[in-house]
Design a protein around this ligand. Structure first.
Ligand code: SF4
Length: 331
């Protein structure tokens, strides 16, 4: 166990309020928060999953998904356990809703060592929600940066302002979920306020973090064309160059709704492309929908096929070989 950073005394003696995410769980002695991984032990809040890894793999960067950040590179990817949301459609419920077998316990320096041994220039905190491993991620990403190893987060963005600012200053890239645009859906089925996610996106962008966004399209829940129109208008007002991944949903955990149709994915992608320059369809194997095209001349910049990335449409300065437009990529 590791002492948590964000908490305060609350009300009667020995009771604590966790200040890491907006749930602000109030915990009496021996109680654990909604995320299952923060516990009041004798009047001190502890992180229960510090350095506990339940998954380790070297993945393509595109699997995070990050398409405009070191395209084609592989990255050491690790997950722990726990989550601060309650989605019935969770795609990783075995590690987010339950306490699985921990396959490795590490301190930050050991994880950095593993990244080096596996020839990875970065570490991705992914699979379960990294926010609930705040202390471990902050310690690791700061130590890794000193050794020239970058960190990335794949996150739901449900976190208080100050810890988000610290994370944004410590990692190089984030993929943040916008799980839909309907505020009632966010509140009742996800268990959070949509405005918190939007704030997190803005904090990450202001810190200079590379940001990509993902929306899982669930039939009847997050597939309304009008809502997609509003969502991409908001993203476009920040920057039309922010990549958006529109992902196909498949039934999982408690959600039995049939998978999203490809027609719906294509419809929403078309709406998104009216506002945004880089829109991709994920989990669907649709020809050309994961490729990057130049917005000015239509040149194929990056072609993504399973196990093979071709960047023949981009020159060594990161410009389109057809029209010289500068392409927003970290590479
Ligand atoms: S991080 Fe966990 S314990 Fe803290 S407020 Fe959020 S859900 Fe509650």
């Amino acid at each position: 166990m590791k002492p948590a950073v964000y908490f305060d005394d609350y009300g009667e003696e020995g009771t604590l309020k966790c200040l890491l995410c907006p749930h602000n769980c109030v915990l009496r002695p021996d109680e654990t928060g909604l995320c299952n991984v923060r516990k009041n032990v004798d009047g001190m809040l502890y992180s229960l999953n510090y350095g506990q890894l339940t998954s380790i793999a070297v993945d393509p960067m595109e699997k995070k998904p990050l398409f405009h950040f070191y395209p084609g590179e592989s990255i050491l990817s690790v997950g722990s356990w726990g989550c601060n949301l309650k989605c019935d459609f969770c795609q990783n419920w075995e590690i987010s809703k339950e306490r699985p077998k921990v396959i490795k316990r590490v301190v930050p320096q050991q994880l950095i060592q593993i990244a080096t041994e596996r020839l990875s220039r970065g570490i991705a905190f992914t699979y379960n929600e990294p926010i609930v491993s705040f202390e471990f991620i902050l310690d690791t990403s700061r130590a890794a940066a000193k050794e020239g190893i970058y960190s990335i987060l794949v996150t739901n963005g449900i976190i208080e302002r100050e810890p988000m600012e610290l994370l944004a200053q410590s990692v190089r890239a984030m993929n943040i979920d916008i799980k839909g645009w309907n505020e009632d859906f966010y509140r009742s089925e996800i268990g959070a306020d949509r405005s918190i996610v939007l704030r997190s996106v803005e904090i990450a962008l202001s810190a200079g973090t590379h940001v990509e966004l993902t929306t899982l399209v669930i039939p009847g829940k997050s597939d309304d064309p009008k809502e997609m129109e509003e969502q991409v208008k908001w993203i476009g007002s920040l920057s039309p160059d922010i990549p958006l991944h529109i992902n196909r949903y498949f039934p999982n955990y408690k959600c039995k709704i049939p998978p999203t149709s490809t027609e719906k994915l294509l419809e929403l992608a078309e709406i998104a492309r009216a506002e945004l320059n880089y829109v991709y369809i994920g989990n669907a194997s649709l020809e050309g929908q994961t490729d990057t095209y130049c917005k000015t001349c239509g040149n194929l910049l990056i072609q993504r096929k399973p196990g093979k990335i071709s960047m023949s449409g981009i020159d060594e300065k990161g410009r389109c070989t057809g029209c010289q437009r500068e392409i927003p990529l970290v590479f």
